[in-house]
Design a protein around this ligand. Structure first.
Ligand code: BG6
Length: 464
């Protein structure tokens, strides 16, 4: 393994920091949305705000050389006028310095879903003012942290949070409107390009990328109908983020189809030019599963996400486009209905590299499990097997020439899973009810694997 390869783990501000109203932090959409509905929330979460030193030390002792985390916009900017919260900045500067003291590279996501409520109040991602607010926020981040951070991410998973918030309706703001989804998605990609432009204008050292919820598409057969369904699915799940961020172009066939039904006049020529001119340096791919599709057969569009576990089904059917298949008889699923499919990562990495020729980081990979964390050490062999097989898939792809530069386990320690709360745990380290940190078996396995230069991986090979 290259000595500069990043072996790390990842978190996100809302999911782990807690301290939701201290030190003049403004409210985020997640604070308001979950409070209003009386749902489990991240008010305390893993209390990383107070435990970060301990958490980072533990990462270093686990052999990790990078930590991917996100900045909370409402902790840094107090209001729409753009007043800066010095306490928020001091917190992150100290966190970053702690990383560097331990030889850990901070890999920083500027936006991981916790939009300030003061922007939701004027329409959130449906309003272009939010894009300009993001641009100013990103400028502040580059200016105040550039001496400590060299690796930046504009957005975490534009597809996932815009689809969940504006199309499916299970995330804030909880809307259910295809037109809003298209508008919000476009605005986020525009904001991302504005962020890249601000980074380039400032002439900062380092690199900037985007993180995508990567779902490589497979088809049930190789018929033409299936191939067309696959293209629709790929446009829906991947291409509008990756093509737009990496090539500066929204897929043209997607625009043609959308244009038949929706008024796309909100896409302004000068904005498309900003998108064209401000592409990313690298791709961050979060991989949890692939997407197996068949041609659309009948019925209305249906998008259902299992946020309860207990074996419930997920559904993605887009009328006229494609149907996703979730219940294969021989496949292995987690309790939330996500198929465990490491082979998809190998194929996906090859495809993404062939298409974009950019360096790739696997910015998230992990499995959610219901775990009893009252024990001294959680025996999470299932997570070890999952990571072993996915790292194996990554190594296979690298041997086939894909330029992968880092792997981040999701997550560094247990944290709040969106809408699933603490029932769905991902951490290498358990965080129990008293906020005690207790490394799981996977933490030690990961440490030893890193020390071996990945030689301890039980390599798997799959047929094409
Ligand atoms: C990714 C997100 O979509 O998946 C993370 O970037 C998230 O924030 C992770 O926690 C796992 O998803 P979930 O819904 O199981 O928590």
């Amino acid at each position: 393994m290259d000595k500069d390869f990043l072996w790390g783990s990842a978190t996100a501000s809302y999911q782990c920091e807690g301290a939701y109203d201290v030190d003049e932090k403004a409210a985020s959409i997640w604070d308001v949305y979950l409070h209003e509905r009386g749902l489990e929330n991240g008010d305390v979460a893993s209390d990383h705000y107070h435990f970060y030193k301990e958490d980072i030390k533990q990462m270093a002792e686990g052999g990790q050389n990078s930590y991917r985390f996100s900045l909370s916009w409402p902790r840094i900017i107090k209001d729409r006028e753009g007043h800066v919260n010095e306490k928020g900045i001091a917190f992150y500067r100290d966190l970053m310095k702690t990383c560097l003291e331990y030889g850990i590279k901070p890999f920083v996501t500027i936006y991981h879903w916790d939009l300030p409520q003061y922007y939701e109040d004027i329409g959130g991602w449906l309003n272009k003012q939010t894009c300009y607010g993001y641009e100013r926020y990103a400028e502040v981040c580059f200016e105040v942290f550039h001496d400590l951070v060299k690796d930046w991410v504009t957005f975490n998973e534009p597809k996932y949070f815009t689809a969940s918030g504006y199309l499916i309706g299970n995330y804030p703001p909880g809307h259910n409107d295809p037109y809003e989804f298209i508008l919000a998605a476009y605005n986020v990609m525009y904001a991302s390009a504005l962020g890249v432009r601000a980074f380039r204008k400032g002439g900062y050292d380092g690199q900037i990328g985007i993180v995508h919820s990567f779902a490589p598409v497979n088809g049930v057969d190789d018929s033409l109908k299936t191939k067309i369904a696959m293209r629709f699915a790929d446009n829906y799940a991947n291409n509008w983020i990756l093509d737009t961020a990496a090539k500066g172009e929204i897929p043209f066939d997607l625009l043609c189809v959308l244009n038949e039904r929706y008024d796309l006049s909100f896409m302004k020529k000068e904005e498309l030019q900003v998108i064209k001119e401000n592409t990313v340096d690298f791709l961050g791919l979060n991989y949890y599963s692939h997407m197996l599709v068949r041609p659309y057969s009948e019925g209305e569009t249906s998008l259902v996400v299992n946020n309860s576990g207990a074996g419930g089904k997920n559904t993605v059917i887009i009328k006229g486009w494609f149907e996703q298949i979730f219940d294969l008889p021989d496949a292995q699923y987690n309790e939330w209905g996500t198929q465990i499919y490491p082979k998809g990562l190998q194929k996906g990495l090859k495809e993404a590299y062939e298409r974009y020729h950019l360096p790739i980081y696997i910015t998230e990979n992990g499995i959610g499990i219901r775990e009893d964390v009252s024990v001294e050490m959680v025996d999470d062999q299932e997570r070890i097997d999952f990571m072993n097989d996915h790292i194996s898939a990554m190594l296979n792809a690298m041997e086939e020439g894909v330029d992968v530069r880092g792997y981040f386990a999701w997550s560094s320690f247990d944290l709040y899973s969106w809408k699933n709360g603490m029932a769905k745990r991902y951490g290498l380290v358990a965080v129990d009810e008293d906020l005690r940190r207790k490394p799981k078996k996977s933490y030690y396995w990961y440490r030893d694997m890193i020390a071996s230069g990945a030689k301890s991986i039980d390599r798997k090979h799959w047929d094409e």
